[in-house]
Design a protein around this ligand. Structure first.
Ligand SMILES: [Zn+2]
Ligand SMILES: [Zn+2]
Length: 252
């Protein structure tokens, strides 16, 4: 029996992802998710533990589930999801509609002046544990952050790469900050990210200016897709859709 393996990116992978554009952590998280799902599909599908985890999570989360769609994955996906469907049916069949209300829930309802909701079935249908690919992503995030911080403790080279990159998305900027141990390191990372935002802000201003009919003849340059980059850098990258291995979506 094998648990799916966690992909641990190296320092060079991070530097390469920084140079490729977009949030480096998001890009490596996609690689990590693909590899985790590979391992789940080809090595762990017969391990009842992984099927139990997916069922307890009530299926993979919406972003990760569709990464299962790839050539040759149909049988393994069917085996995994048969368990999820059976679990949902069993939960509906065995959970009483009315559960015992905890004191906390009763108090919360009292303070919100609402009737306390007492639906054990709704509670039981919700994920009982995180999506295993999301849980794996937390391990990968920690590893990415520690690798960057370790490099930073030895030299400023990684900061230069950071400043020259598209920066981290809001989520991963927060993740990296949450792993810092000293105010100096924290400030160095904040400064690098501020430099990235400032450059992006200038590009957005240029894009907006060129949309004015008076300047339209100038034509667009690198700022052409600045609005999409701003979205990716704050809201996060586009939804994963189907697996990139299936050639349906790009990974960027
Ligand atoms: Zn990110
Ligand atoms: Zn997930």
């Amino acid at each position: 029996m094998t648990k799916p393996k966690t992909y641990i990116p190296y320092y060079d992978d991070i530097i390469e992802a920084m140079a490729a554009g977009g949030c480096a952590f998001c890009a490596l998280q996609l690689v990590a998710a693909e590899k985790y799902i590979d391992s789940m599909l080809w090595e762990s599908v017969n391990d009842p533990r992984i099927r139990r985890e997916v069922s307890a999570a009530r299926g993979l989360c919406r972003s990760h589930a569709w990464l299962l769609v790839r050539p040759g994955s149909a049988l393994s996906s069917a085996i995994i999801y048969q368990d999820v469907v059976r679990t949902a049916a069993r939960v509906v069949g065995t959970t009483p509609a009315e559960g015992r209300l905890s004191l906390g829930k009763r108090l919360a309802a009292f303070f919100r002046r609402r009737k306390p909701v007492n639906d054990a079935l709704l509670d039981a249908l919700r994920p009982q544990q995180p999506c295993p690919v999301c849980a794996n992503a937390e391990i990968v995030d920690r590893h990415l952050s520690e690798t960057v911080l370790d490099a930073l403790s030895r030299s400023d080279a990684v900061l230069e790469k950071y400043r020259a990159s598209s920066g981290l998305c809001l989520h991963h900027f927060g993740t990296l900050l949450s792993h810092t141990h000293t105010p100096e390191t924290r400030q160095a990372i904040i400064d690098a990210q501020l430099a990235v935002w400032s450059a992006l802000d200038a590009e957005l201003a240029e894009f907006i200016r060129k949309n004015d009919h008076r300047f339209r003849r100038e034509g667009f340059g690198a700022e052409r897709d600045s609005w999409e980059r701003a979205m990716a850098l704050t809201s996060g990258p586009p939804p994963l859709g189907k697996s990139s291995r299936g050639g349906v979506t790009q990974t960027g």
